[in-house]
Design a binder for this molecule. Sequence first.
Ligand SMILES: O=C(O)c1ccccc1NCC(=O)[C@H](O)[C@H](O)COP(=O)(O)O
Length: 254
Amino acid sequence: MRPDLSRVPGVLGEIARKRASEVAPYPLPEPPSVPSFKEALLRPGLSVIAEVKKQSPSAGVIREVDPVEAALAYARGGARAVSVLTEPHRFGGSLMDLKRVREAVDLPLLRKDFVVDPFMLGEARAFGASAALLIVALLGELTGAYLEEARRLGLEALVEVHTERELEIALEAGAEILGINNRDLATLQIHLETAPRLGRLARERGYSGVLVAESGYARREELKALEGLFDAVLVGTSLMRSPNLEEALRQLVG
Ligand SMILES: O=C(O)c1ccccc1NCC(=O)[C@H](O)[C@H](O)COP(=O)(O)O
């Protein structure tokens, strides 16, 4: 049940094909109990998923940081969930980061990686994630099958789209937590009107689940376009660039 990644363009394709080449199943530890990702995002007001992101293809090296320290600062600053990068080559993440953050904070954790094999879902659950990211641009028509496997494992899924076609696939697959990425993961270009546009379209198509806007947010006024439409926003780079993560988060959401 692996997607065909041969025609996935740009940076996204390079990262995904590398991750696919590395998947080698091994015995997984007993999964810990974890809090609900969805329930956390549905609390009143715009929820923030704060991302621990040491580096990225678009920003380069962002911050040398202990992921546990960053997650604790995010928790103090009011984050409702923490996204932990586990992709090692372009983001400097690891499953050990996820495990250590799980042991340090009570918030629900999102495994942020490029899931291209069902085994990566079992890893996410075993190392303490409440949810894993499923990128429709990678999984395509397999999105529904990966969603089913996640549910079987007791893992929630943030199903991420960037285009109208990907939105249709996500809705067809039965996504309950829908992420709309302002960033084109192939070209790295960011357009902040993407999330509101596709968020409105999702609601017009009858989607009543959780809506998450992702990427490119740095200032509170940029979040105004999300109010009344989105339940949550995922923010990484602008927080990680701030001298004080807790303060930056408080300023962002007030
Ligand atoms: O961030 C990148 O450069 C990137 C490149 C290729 C694939 C994915 C990438 N980022 C993943 C994300 O979407 C972001 O980490 C997340 O939405 C937070 O975005 P930001 O607040 O702009 O760091």
